[in-house]
Design a protein around this ligand. Sequence first.
Ligand code: ZN
Length: 348
Amino acid sequence: HLTSTQIIQPGALAEPGVYESTLGTVAHEFFHVWNVKRLRPIELGPWDFTRPANTRSLWIAEGLTNYYGHLMIKRAEIWDESRFLSRESETINNIENAPGSRLTSAEESSLIAPFIDRAQHIQRTNLANTSISYYPKGELLGLVLDLLIRGRTDGKKSLDDVMRRMYDEFYLNSPNATYYLRGRGYRSAEFQRVVSEVSGIRFDDFFTRHVRGVDVLPYDEALSYVGLHLVQQRESEHYSGITVNVGTPGSAIIGNVINGSAAEDAGLQPGDEILTIDGKKVMNKDWLSTLNRFKQGDRAPISFKRDRRTLRTTLVLGAMDRFEYRIEEMKDATVGQKALRAAWLKGE
Ligand SMILES: [Zn+2]
């Protein structure tokens, strides 16, 4: 609704994890009051219920809402700077370690939302290796775009100005598209135009490479404007590349096998049922803790059931290039860079 929402969160607010995730949801939904309920992609209202409402702009609608949700928790001083930066580092980890990042762009991810956004598939898919979500990808596009605009305009403009201008132009000042919605929705190209108009700088190359394309985001340039940089470290824990549907009781049935992982090298496939690890019988609840007793470089003998046959293989753990990313302060950050960071985190 334009003026109300209902959020249901299982668990007790006294539990730290529940409190944190409720905070995130509330901030996200509150930002939706502007971004999506009022300012909206043209395909998302007025609705045509006779056809699918595919849009290229969910990375703006949901991803930028993720970004501002987190940024607002910092601006409200509920999170401190390091909590906010570590939350953004987690999102970088999520995106940069996903093989789908180099295959699916933010716009494509938006367009195929009905097939990737918690969709149930009858056939087996390989989406875990080929796709990414427009939520975290859009969040990082928001982070990087905001800092590039702030940096390239010497702090005169920001993504906040872009969002305000979008709201003015399309929601407040466009003729109503229908009797029940004010203004009209924006087209994806119009967001790009407004970014360039507000900043006075052309961002066409950015949109081609990072919104419609799959090039790695220019984290270093963006973060350097505010005296930060991205530290990349090889992951110290081993990574099997196996995912099993969590929370279901019974045996551990492989949901996905990540490309280039130990599990793929060992010949494991989605649908295989893990029976034993190093001779010990495992179930869904304990397969991961059993596997985590091994160290990087160890060999873990596994038996598994495929169709009606019991097969054996060995997981050679930790051969994969996965990285931990951390946003950290530059040692030689200047007064100007620190001032720009303070303005960003305060919303000035
Ligand atoms: Zn949302």
